[in-house]
Design a protein around this ligand. Structure first.
Ligand code: AMP
Ligand code: GLY
Length: 425
């Protein structure tokens, strides 16, 4: 079977790496791909907003399956367009992708089905939002309703900050994503990411992970797309995973099916583990980045049949197997990220750095220019390692990081610290 993967990040490189191992695969294409994906797949320049162009490419190249990595094409209906043309795709319909595309949609769904989440209000008008605010506790969370590339969430420490956030969002700082906002109770606890494959009817747990969103060591500084991740998340003991399935994932899957918009794809629940148990912070309708990289390192069974079964409604036939080892990913970014950064600096010594069979370096923002690998994005490399413990995976990943010759890059030095502390105690 020929497969096309849509996307260009480390998430898509790790998906390509897993799919490339499948005996079911004939030829792998990536659009647009990156410098790492070009080593295992044919990278093609496709405008993913132009659904007709993707359909024509798929027809011309006998693509049997399209795997959509990022959220934006899903929310824009690429999976629907492919399906309508008879091309099988991995990823939810635009309607089901509203779970990520509209935070208000998800909050209303939680409220209608008793799914544990933070108390909230939805607003399109600043006056009403500020009146609601007066009866709320501080800190309080203000969120733009739509997709804002991870930037539309403000945690306000006082009333003035909260009012400013309301004005900023509704005055268009996040474009159309901010035509509506959510005001939400602040939840206390430890965060974890929970991944399940969903085939419309059935949900199958994949794995748990934790990521580090802040740019600086100790989880301080600006928010980023993610500076590192590890799996499994030690906080997610069996009982909490069972509760998450029973109280959060399964009711969501049932609700979407009943609404006539069944969810097919990977459901990524961002959880807060509170004193009252797991509560949903948000849903994403795609794999996390860099969480996907650690999941793919731990997956020992063939990914391709599992994703096909997800699209086909056949998940009960699939048995996913995972390594007992932990995996940890350190993101190397261009100096300046998440602010302005330079592109084009050469990266050397990657092959030698990944000589350890338990280390894989996924590419995020790289390209090959005149035969030389150069940085062309903010997050650039994902140095990923396995180990008997998170500590062992961490040591191995940093050993590889230290061999990479890229003076214009940086990384956090403490990825996995929470899990390492837990392992020690
Ligand atoms: P989101 O994009 O909704 O995942 O929010 C980004 C980050 O903001 C989350 O990973 C949390 O760290 C934080 N956050 C969002 N909502 C809440 C909440 N209700 N309580 C506490 N922290 C939150
Ligand atoms: N690592 C966070 C995300 O993918 O949304």
């Amino acid at each position: 079977m020929n497969v096309l993967i849509i996307g260009s990040g480390g998430r898509e490189h790790s998906l390509s790496w897993a799919i490339a191992k499948s005996p079911l695969l004939s030829k792998l294409y990536c659009a647009p791909g990156n410098g790492g994906m070009s080593q295992i797949a044919e990278c093609v320049a496709l405008d993913v907003d132009n659904h007709q162009a993707v359909i024509e490419f798929a027809r011309t190249n006998a693509i049997g399956f399209v795997i959509i990595g990022p959220e934006a094409p899903l929310v824009n209906g690429l999976a629907d367009a492919l399906k309508d043309s008879g091309i099988k795709a991995f990823g939810p319909s635009a309607k089901a992708a509203q779970l990520e595309g509209s935070k208000g949609f998800t909050k209303d769904l939680c409220s209608a089905h008793n799914i544990p989440t933070a108390a909230y209000g939805r607003f399109t008008e600043a006056g009403a939002a500020k009146t609601f605010l007066r009866d709320q506790k501080i800190p309080i969370v203000i969120k733009a309703d739509g997709l804002a590339a991870g930037k539309g969430v403000i945690i306000a420490e006082n009333l003035q900050q909260a009012e400013m956030a309301i004005d900023d969002i509704l005055s268009g700082q996040f474009g159309a994503a901010g035509s509506e906002l959510i005001i939400e109770e602040f939840l206390f606890g430890e965060e974890a990411s929970f991944f399940a494959l969903v085939d419309g009817d059935h949900a199958v747990v994949m794995a748990t992970a934790q990521d580090h969103k802040r740019v600086g060591d100790g989880d301080v500084g600006l928010n980023t797309g993610g500076m590192g991740a590890y799996s499994p998340a030690p906080v997610m003991v069996r009982e909490l995973c069972d509760q998450t399935m029973e109280k959060i994932i399964n009711p969501t899957v049932r609700a979407l099916k009943e609404a006539g918009t069944p969810f097919h794809g990977v459901l990524y629940a961002g959880l807060m583990i509170t004193d009252e148990g797991p509560k949903l912070i948000e849903y994403n309708v795609r794999f996390g980045d860099p969480e996907c990289q650690v999941l793919m390192m731990r997956l020992t069974s063939d990914l391709l049949p599992a994703l096909l079964a997800t699209a086909d409604g056949n998940l009960p036939k699939i048995d996913l197997e995972w390594s007992n080892e932990a995996a940890l990913c350190v993101v190397m970014a261009a100096k300046g990220y998440p602010g302005p950064y330079e592109k084009g600096s050469p990266i050397k010594n990657l092959d030698q750095s990944a000589e350890d069979p338990k280390v894989t370096i996924f590419h995020a923002g790289t390209e090959k220019k005149d035969g030389v690998l150069v940085a062309n994005g903010g997050r650039v490399l994902n140095v990923t390692a396995k180990g008997a413990s998170v500590k062992e995976a961490q040591l191995r990943a940093y050993e590889a990081v230290d061999k990479i010759d890229w003076p214009q890059g940086f990384c956090r030095r403490d990825i996995g610290w929470r899990a390492v502390v837990r392992e020690r105690s």
